[in-house]
Design a binder for this molecule. Sequence first.
Ligand SMILES: [Zn+2]
Length: 230
Amino acid sequence: MRDHWEVEDYTFVGVGPTIGNGAVMQLSANGHASEESLESYALGSLGEPALGELEEHLLLCSLCQDQLKEIDAYHAAMKSAAARLEGQDESRKKLWTRVSGAMTFRRLGWVMGLVAIALGGLALRVWLTPTALTPAVALVLETSRGSEVRHAPARRPLELSLDVKGLPAYPLYAVETVDAVGQVQAQSTAAVSEGRVKMSLSQGLRPGNYFARLYSPSHELLREYGLVID
Ligand SMILES: [Zn+2]
């Protein structure tokens, strides 16, 4: 029994860089797995006895589990970004090489970097632009253009003008915007001005198909306009 305990104790002796058999200690001074060892573990290049020691710690430590998840996500993101770049032009690839070479950290920076590269910087610019400062997109919805569906950008304040030509005249109309499954996104009441009823969507809409509906004061559906948010 005594012998058994000594063997068990052995792996906990010393928190220095090496343990007795010369293998690199997988737990750093704070008692958690080092970033390097998690990195090699994620890449499948960690050998015994380090592997066993690390897995044992991972079983018990949610902190290190989380860090490993982060590392895995990073590798997955890198892989898919690299795959997406296949077939893209050479200059883009060179930029990618330079950026990935410069990325020695993996905090917010890499997410922003990947997004910027994958979408040519467009997504990043949109993301960094506060919605409040974005001018509203004005859109006239009318039936005279046949079945043509209007398009608008996502997450931009929208200023919808619904054409009421040919409809019974009411002092007020009710308007609402619903998504593809009929969920109401916005509702308001407005009087006609210059042949149109206006509706503001200050928060904009997510990408998808929508309908702007015009109702009489007694909530009778008068007209429906298709709207596609890209
Ligand atoms: Zn830990």
